[in-house]
Design a protein around this ligand. Structure first.
Ligand code: GDP
Ligand code: MG
Ligand code: K
Length: 282
């Protein structure tokens, strides 16, 4: 069967390269992402009778890119459509790290969450209910320690199974961004779909969201290729103006706030806990 491409993604310093090395050892090669000077590390591996191509993506905080690294990571996800995206995150800063995971889900990426640095979490006598997190977010969640390799086989198994079961079709996460933004998204989405602007690669709602976030690359692309760029920009400008006048804020910050709000709601279900058993033993 064909090779499966699995991308390792996540914030800077979450342990991606450590995990990449643990998985691929010496079977690595280094190249470049198209059009930028960012280094691209790839490796290969056989697991569960499948040939896997593992790509160590540059660290990113956002899928509305501000740096060449973030742009390279995003473009890889959009244009190469990996069979699975493993978000390696620092479980010590779970809530903050999930901000990027939410963005992967908005994009409809075939996501597996690797809660990395679990050794440090345990040392701090904290515990994470990964089963609950998996249920709440609707994606596989595994606990890992990239330094020792703990959990890496389970992580690969989850990614390969997820890739096989979904075949690239994942329902994108649609959270509410409040009535002003939601109304604008609902107005823009059918226009984008009718024009087929990027919709062979990404959800129409995601394109609309990027317009509202003022994503320079997508705006540029729209101006070059789309016939509807003007109407999308007009709708965005109207919402921006309205939010500025009524709340003194911008679509970009409302969207960010709502993402954090969504994560906070999940956390309130009790995902993170102080490990009381560990306390009792001491
Ligand atoms: P990247 O920026 O995501 O590629 O992160 P790196 O792989 O370079 O790791 C950043 C730092 O975290 C390094 O010092 C690693 O040794 C350390 N690290 C990675 N994984 C773990 C882990 O599971 N536990 C602990 N304690 N440290 C880790
Ligand atoms: Mg790295
Ligand atoms: K660390």
């Amino acid at each position: 069967s064909d090779k499966l491409t699995i991308a390792l993604a996540g914030n800077p310093n979450s342990g991606k390269t450590t995990m990449f090395n643990a998985l691929t050892g010496a079977r690595q090669h280094v190249g470049n992402y198209p059009g930028v000077t960012v280094t691209k590390k790839e490796g290969s591996l056989k697991a569960m009778d499948r040939d896997l191509r593992i790509v160590d993506l540059p660290g990113t905080y956002s899928l509305t890119p501000y740096t060449e690294e973030e742009l390279a990571a995003r473009n890889f996800l959009i244009h190469e459509k990996p069979h699975a995206v493993i978000d390696i995150l620092d479980a010590n800063t779970l809530e903050r790290s999930l901000y990027l995971a939410v963005q992967f889900l908005e994009l409809g990426a075939p996501l597996v969450l690797a809660l990395n640095m679990m050794d440090e979490v345990k040392r701090r006598k904290m515990s994470i209910d990964s089963k609950l997190l998996s249920k709440l977010m609707g994606v596989p969640v595994v606990e890992t320690v990239a330094r020792s390799g703990d959990g890496k086989d389970e992580m690969l198994k989850a990614a390969v199974e997820f890739a096989a079961n979904n075949r690239g079709k994942v329902e994108p996460l649609a959270i509410s961004y409040g009535q002003d933004i939601d109304a604008a998204l609902n107005e823009m989405e059918p226009l984008i779909t009718a024009d087929r602007f990027m919709t062979d690669r990404v959800p129409a709602r995601w394109v609309a969201l990027k317009y509202l976030e003022g994503d320079e690359e997508i705006l540029e692309l729209g101006r070059k290729t789309g016939t509807l760029a003007r109407s999308l920009e007009d709708i965005s400008a109207r919402v921006a103006d309205h939010l500025q006048k009524t709340l003194g804020t911008s679509p970009e910050s409302v969207i960010a706030d709502q993402r954090y709000g969504y994560i906070a709601t999940l956390m309130r279900e009790g995902v993170i806990a102080k490990d009381v058993t560990a306390d009792r033993i001491r």
